[in-house]
Ligand binder design. Structure first.
Ligand SMILES: [Zn+2]
Length: 256
């Protein structure tokens, strides 16, 4: 079936017309409009073009090897599978990036929005939720948005231009907003938790303190000491004690 026979759900081009970009100019047919067969044909055409381009580039970069027939002759099939492989690798790499905390936070958003609907009412919820999605395209901001909205931040939905404004007056006036405090930020975090608590320090029976003491004493006794003798003959520590840092680091790695 010719993909142009039906309208495009992506760019809104009517049946029979080519797809258009945001400026209204013609563009390659949107993927959403292509079905299996057309998608395969598109991938095939791209693979052929890629192979031709690759062969031409290599012949240009390595003319002597090309003359001797020593550069690889890339086929469309090879290019197709290379493309499929990079897609798979990219998808896998992306999936590996998913963070447990982020996942839990996005799951908590289900509860957050349900709570919001019950708390602020349907009309305000509609406005707040619409504002949130319009303003923050990434879901990683939505949790913070609801937390701020609940803790009394003013969320401004609509503005109107100030007519006959005098110098110094603002150019626009907010005409619709939401500003009510339902929960504090801490209450919100406690109600919709998603982050682990900081790890508790382990009980090492005083080992870290003993090591600190032993290592610092050992360092300060060596010739390159950071303890100096003052005019009055009393030893004192330099303001910056460079010997303290490695000892602390050593004991910290032992502690963990
Ligand atoms: Zn389209």
């Amino acid at each position: 079936m010719n993909p142009l026979e039906r309208h495009c759900s992506r760019c809104g081009a009517p049946a029979g017309a080519k797809c258009k970009n945001y400026r209204g100019q013609g563009k390659p047919t949107c993927k959403a409009r292509l079905t299996g067969g057309a998608l395969d044909a598109q991938a095939g055409r791209r693979a052929v073009a890629r192979a031709r381009r690759e062969n031409a580039t290599e012949a240009e970069v390595l003319p002597l090897l090309a003359y001797a027939g020593l550069v690889a002759d890339h086929t469309a099939e090879e290019m197709y599978w290379r493309w499929r492989r990079s897609k798979a690798v990219a998808a896998e790499g992306w999936a590996g990036e998913v963070n447990g905390d982020d996942l839990l936070r996005d799951l908590q958003l289900i509860a957050v929005r349900r709570f919001a609907l019950a708390t602020v009412g349907a009309e305000a919820f509609e406005k707040l939720d619409g504002y949130c999605h319009r303003t923050y395209r990434s879901s990683s901001y939505w949790y913070g948005f609801w937390r701020d909205a609940f803790s009394g931040k003013r969320i401004e939905f609509a503005f109107e231009r100030v007519m006959d404004r005098r110098p110094g007056e603002p150019a626009v006036r907010c005409t619709d907003w939401y500003e009510r405090r339902h929960l504090s930020r801490d209450e919100f975090h406690a109600r919709f938790p998603y982050q682990d608590e900081a790890p508790q320090p382990a009980d090492d029976g005083g080992l870290a303190a003993r090591l600190d003491e032993a290592l610092i004493r050992k360092r300060s006794a060596s010739p390159s000491t950071s303890a100096t003798t003052t005019g009055s003959g009393r030893r004192r520590w330099c303001a910056s004690r460079p010997c303290a840092a490695p000892a602390t680091r050593a004991s910290r790695s032992l502690r963990s």
